[in-house]
Design a protein around this ligand. Structure first.
Ligand SMILES: Cc1ncc(COP(=O)(O)O)c(C=O)c1O
Length: 478
C-alpha cells in the first residue's frame, strides 16, 4: 500500500468508529466492567499480568471449547487470540481434556520424575533434531535458563538481543522491547533501553541490542564486542511487533556470525515452536541453533517451558567444559563460574506430571505432523481474504502470516524491523479490534500481537472473519 492510500482515510471517521465501537463494547460487557472494578482493588491494573490490561477494561472469560470462547456476560467469540498463541491445539480438545482429567485424579505434582517427561523430551528431540532437553514452567524461565547455559558454556557474560523482541520478563531480556523513539539511539547500533523500572543497571549493561534483519549491523556489533558475547538470542520471526519475517538469507547469516564469534545461537521458539511447523522455525527455515526455547503451544494451555540443544552446550548442566579456548575462533574464555563446576537448572514444578501429560497429549495426539498442512491452508485463506479486502478498499496496510500466525499490519510500508513498526496506525487498529470483537471475532488486544489458528478453526469461521473485516472496511471508507 502507498502513503497516498494512508492519507486518504478520514481521521474523524476512524475516531468516530472507535468511539462508537468502544461504547458498544461497554454496553455488551457490563459483567466484565463490574469484575474489573473489583479486580482493581485487589490486583495492580486489575490483572495478573500487565499484558492482560487494556482500555477500557479487559473481557473476563468463563469458558472455552475448540475455537470458541465465552465472556462473563455470555457473549460468544471465535477466538483468534488463542491465549497469545498458546492454543494451536484448540481450547480443551477432547483428548487433552481426557488425559488431564485422568492425570488430575492421579496426582499432579510429585517432584519425582515421570515417564511422560521422558516421552515428551524424546518427542521434542525428534522434532527439533537436538540432543538434550530440560523443562521449565514458562517461556520466561526457558530463555533465562538457556542464557545461563550459554554463559556457562562460553565463560562470557554479554547477550545480544534484537530491538523489538520480547523474550519474557527476566532482567536480561526486559530491554528495548518497544523503546520510545527519543531513547532508541542509532538504527545500526540501538541503545539498550530498559522496558521496566527496577532493573539493576549492571544487568542492563550486559545486554547489547542489535537491529533485526540487518546482518551487517550485527556483524559490526559482534566485532565491537569480540570475545564478550555469550549468546545471540533471536526470535526467528519477530512476533512481538505484529508479524515480521526474516529477510531471505538473514537467519543463515546470523548462524554464520554466531559460529564465527563463538557465541551460542539461541532461537526463542516460544511462539514459533510446534506452531509454524512440526519442528518449529528450525524446520521451517532450515537453520539450526545451538539452543532453542519452547513454551506456550507445547502445553496446550497448561504452564510449561522447555529448552534444548546440542549435547556439548546442554552438557554444562552436568559439567562445565574445562577448556579455556573456543574451538572455532580460538578466542580465550575467562571463567565466570566463580568456582561452580556446572550450570544450575532448578525448579519445583519442572517436569511436573500435569504439564508432562499435557505436552505428550498435544504433541503426540493433536499437533501431529499431519495437522500442519490444514493449519497452513486455513492461515493462507485468512491472509488472502484480508488482503483482498485491503486491496478492494485501498486500506493502508497489508495482511501477512508465517504458518498459522498472522495479522493485518496497519502500516504504510512493509515492516522489516521495530523502527518500521513505529509507523503503525494504532487508532485504526483499535477501531478494527473493537469492531470485530463486537461481532464475535476476537483478536489479541494489542497491535503488536497476531492471530493464531488452531486445529479447531474452520473454513466457515475464516470466511466469517473476512466478511466482518470487509464490513469494517465498508464503514471506514463509506
Ligand atoms: C517469543 C517469546 N518468548 C518468551 C516469552 C515469555 O513466555 P512466558 O509468558 O510464558 O513467560 C513470550 C511471551 O509472550 C514470547 O512471545
Amino acid at each position: 500500500m502507498t502513503d497516498t492510500a494512508t492519507q486518504a482515510l478520514d481521521r474523524t471517521r476512524i475516531s468516530a468508529i472507535l468511539e462508537r465501537e468502544e461504547a458498544e463494547y461497554r454496553r455488551r460487557t457490563p459483567r466484565s466492567a463490574e469484575l474489573f472494578e473489583r479486580a482493581r482493588r485487589a490486583l495492580p491494573l486489575g490483572v495478573a499480568s500487565s499484558f492482560q490490561a487494556y482500555e477500557p477494561y479487559p473481557l473476563f472469560m468463563t469458558d472455552a471449547r475448540g475455537s470458541h470462547i465465552r465472556d462473563a456476560d455470555g457473549n460468544d467469540y471465535v477466538d483468534y487470540d488463542m491465549a497469545f498463541g498458546v492454543l494451536a491445539a484448540g481450547h480443551s480438545h477432547a483428548e487433552f481434556a481426557r488425559v488431564l482429567a485422568e492425570r488430575v485424579a492421579n496426582g499432579t505434582c510429585y517432584t519425582f520424575p515421570v515417564e511422560d517427561g521422558v516421552i515428551l523430551a524424546e518427542e521434542i528431540k525428534r522434532r527439533f533434531g537436538c540432543d538434550l532437553v530440560r523443562f521449565s514452567n514458562s517461556g520466561t524461565e526457558a530463555t533465562m535458563d538457556a542464557i545461563r547455559v550459554a554463559r556457562g558454556f562460553t565463560g562470557r557474560e554479554k547477550l545480544v538481543k534484537f530491538e523489538g523482541g520480547y523474550h519474557g520478563h527476566h532482567d536480561d531480556v526486559l530491554v528495548s522491547i518497544q523503546p520510545p523513539r527519543e531513547l532508541m539511539g542509532p538504527a545500526d547500533a540501538p541503545t539498550t533501553v530498559p522496558a521496566s523500572a527496577g532493573l539493576p543497571r549492571s544487568r542492563v549493561e550486559e545486554t547489547v541490542v542489535a537491529p533485526y534483519n540487518n546482518p551487517d549491523a550485527l556483524e559490526a556489533i559482534l566485532e565491537r564486542h569480540r570475545g564478550e558475547i555469550a549468546a545471540i538470542l533471536i526470535e526467528p520471526v519477530q512476533f512481538n511487533i505484529g508479524v515480521v519475517p526474516p529477510l531471505p538469507g538473514y537467519l543463515e547469516r546470523v548462524r554464520e556470525l554466531a559460529t564465527a564469534h563463538g557465541a551460542v545461537l539461541i532461537f526463542d521458539e516460544v511462539k514459533t515452536g510446534v506452531v509454524l511447523a512440526y519442528g518449529g522455525a528450525t524446520e521451517w527455515f532450515g537453520v539450526t541453533p545451538d539452543l532453542f526455547c519452547l513454551a506456550k503451544s507445547i502445553g496446550g494451555g497448561v504452564p510449561i517451558g522447555a529448552f534444548g540443544g546440542r549435547a556439548e552446550v546442554m552438557g554444562v548442566i552436568e559439567k562445565l567444559p574445562d577448556r579455556a579456548t573456543d574451538p572455532t575462533t580460538g578466542l580465550e574464555h575467562t571463567t565466570i563460574a566463580g568456582g561452580a563446576t556446572r550450570v544450575a537448572h532448578l525448579g519445583t514444578f519442572n517436569g511436573n506430571p500435569l504439564s508432562m501429560a499435557a505436552g505428550v497429549a498435544v504433541l503426540t495426539r493433536i499437533l501431529t505432523r499431519d495437522a500442519y498442512p490444514r493449519l497452513h491452508a486455513l492461515a493462507d485463506r485468512l491472509t488472502a481474504g484480508c488482503q483482498g479486502v485491503i486491496d478492494e478498499f485501498g486500506l493502508p496496510g497489508y495482511a501477512v502470516n508465517v504458518g498459522p500466525k498472522g495479522c493485518v499490519m496497519f502500516t504504510p510500508a512493509r515492516v522489516t524491523n521495530y523502527r518500521d513498526f513505529i509507523g503503525l496506525d494504532s487508532e485504526l487498529w483499535a477501531a478494527s479490534f473493537f469492531y470485530l470483537a463486537n461481532r464475535g471475532v476476537l483478536l489479541p488486544p494489542g497491535p503488536d500481537d497476531q492471530w493464531t489458528l488452531s486445529v479447531a478453526h474452520t473454513d466457515d469461521e475464516i470466511d466469517a472473519y473476512v466478511a466482518t473485516f470487509r464490513d469494517f472496511a465498508t464503514v471506514l471508507t463509506a
